[in-house]
Design a protein around this ligand. Structure first.
Ligand code: IMP
Length: 506
């Protein structure tokens, strides 16, 4: 007969933290959010850590180049998806590593002969208000001018006019020479009161753009995750099918951390892959495994001391239908608590600390806080990042509200059969385990994360914790009844919404 567990599968929203003593010396700004991503041997420092406990999911609709740059700049790490050809994934890693903070490759360009209407459409699509005008419309063509949304009146000017009639011509453009330092470029922006500075090579070709808003952004976000050469850090996903070719290409491209992307990591396939990586690269490479949802899965992956961190979660993702389709998975809170308990036992027994990542199903900031309090060292999220400006999908307007497409890796659209077919010979998807959806656009990643992390820091202070490890140790959680969830809401008062209609909030 099957074994029936005594506990019920629980989710994060069923728990609340109890406040503990806050010392007068504690402030939200003083809280340390650094967290390890590599196995930590007793009395040694981790080989790789991130500055905030947040990573982005190995998904096509999430971890593109732009998002990876933005997330590393905010202190976290992206895992660039592996459901794409090896050379394309390696190229994305390379682009993040090559990104010189402050110098941006221009991704919205036009030609002098383009029509004004076309540029307006381009600006609307990209969200950029400054567009370089180059000889061939490319990011590296000869610069002929700049056009911004201040150079025309959309409802007065003839939209058939040519860009050349409205642009600031090259002779009047303030630019920097290739090789200029970021500090020098920012000084030019300041001195000439400009928002954007093109950088040109000796032949007058466009090399990069420097924006005033990026300078301000950098001042606001000093948490950047940098490697020893001061390049941004980036992670990359791998699978159990082509790791012999993919891993070398990703390491060569400069990936700082790898992670098996599998819905079920409790497999001999993953152990084989992990062993191969260690045979080839020893401990030089930081590599995570998973996903598992039980202490038994944890025990299997830590055997032989191969894995650096372990990802927990099956079926909780916002776009996931695995539990419905296959009847397998576990409530995310129960899965996490089971694995963390075993991790702590393992640490007591062996002195080896294995960071745990809670992957998927985090529906709001509160749940991120609870996952970290329960013992996760960091969280992986898809939906959260898909909703930001920097996610790789285009903005779409639906009934006046802006959305972004977000689809699971288990959809026919993503065609990530490797993630779901570890134990099968079939090289195609027999059925879907994810859905294709839209999520509301919420704004720039740095702003969204600033709010989330401030809430986290503030709760940590309520619990009297100065670091994430102290937070885990000090956290006392209680389960909530349905009635206490009602009590926590605002159901007994009326609030005015922005359009002044009276809304009853449930
Ligand atoms: P979210 O943060 O709730 O959107 O969940 C993201 C996580 O869902 C990812 O990190 C994956 O672990 C998981 N995931 C991604 N695509 C699929 C899918 O198609 N089906 C099931 N789970 C998925």
């Amino acid at each position: 007969m099957a074994t029936i567990l005594k506990d019920t599968s629980r989710t994060f929203s069923e728990y609340l933290l109890i406040p503990r003593l806050t010392r007068k010396s504690q402030t939200a700004d003083g809280v340390d959010l650094t967290t390890p991503l590599s196995a930590v041997e007793s009395n040694q420092l981790p080989r790789f850590s991130i500055n905030v406990p947040v990573v982005s999911a190995c998904m096509q609709a999430v971890s593109g180049t732009k998002l990876s740059i933005a997330l590393a700049r905010s202190g976290g790490l992206s895992f660039i998806f592996c459901s794409q050809p090896i050379d394309e994934q390696a190229e994305m890693v390379r682009q993040v590593k090559m990104h010189k903070a402050g110098f941006v490759r221009s991704d919205t360009n036009t030609t002098p002969d383009a029509k004004l209407g076309e540029v307006i459409e381009l600006m609307n699509r990209s969200g950029h208000s400054t567009v370089p005008v180059t000889s061939d419309g490319s990011a590296t063509g000869k610069l002929l001018g700049l056009i911004t949304d201040q150079d025309f009146w959309e409802f007065e000017d003839d939209l058939n006019n040519r860009v050349s009639q409205h642009m600031t011509p090259r002779e009047e453009v303030i630019y920097g020479d290739d090789g200029i330092s970021l500090r020098g470029a920012n000084q030019l922006l300041h001195q000439h009161k400009k928002d954007c500075l093109p950088i040109l090579d000796a032949s007058g070709n466009l090399v990069a753009l420097v924006f005033k808003k990026d300078y301000e952004d950098h001042q606001r976000h000093p948490m950047e995750l940098l490697d020893d050469s001061k390049r941004l850090c980036v992670g990359a996903a791998i699978n159990t099918h082509d790791y012999r070719e993919r891993v070398p290409a990703l390491i060569e491209a400069g990936a700082d951390c790898l992670c098996f992307d599998s819905s079920d990591g409790f497999t001999e396939y993953q152990m084989e892959g992990m062993s191969w990586i260690r045979q080839q690269y020893g401990n030089q490479v930081v590599v995570g495994g998973g996903n598992v949802v039980s202490a038994e899965g944890f025990d299997y992956l830590v055997e032989n001391h191969l894995v650096d961190f372990i990802k927990v979660g099956m079926g909780g993702g916002s776009i996931c239908i695995t539990r419905e389709q296959k009847g397998i998975g576990r409530g995310q809170a129960s899965a996490l608590l089971d694995v963390v308990e075993r991790r702590d036992e393992y640490f007591r027994d062996t002195g080896r600390y294995i960071p745990i990542c809670s992957d998927g199903g985090l529906a709001n900031d509160t749940q991120i806080v609870i996952a970290l309090a329960m013992g996760a060292d960091f969280v992986m999220m898809g939906r959260y990042f898909a909703m930001t400006e920097e996610s790789p999908t285009p903005k779409t307007s639906i009934n006046g509200q802006m959305y972004k497409p977000y689809w699971g890796e288990g959809t026919r659209r993503a065609q990530n059969w490797q993630r779901y077919s570890d134990g099968m010979s079939s090289r195609r998807m027999m059925f879907e385990e994810g859905v294709d959806a839209y999520v509301p656009l919420v704004g720039p990643l740095s702003e969204v994360m600033e709010t989330t992390l401030y809430k986290l820091r503030s709760t940590m202070v309520n619990v009297g914790a100065d670091s994430l490890s102290e937070f885990r140790e000090r956290a006392i959680l209680t389960m909530v009844s349905e009635q206490s969830v009602v009590e926590a809401g605002t159901s007994t008062v009326f609030q005015f919404s922005s359009n002044r209609e009276l809304d009853r909030l449930d």
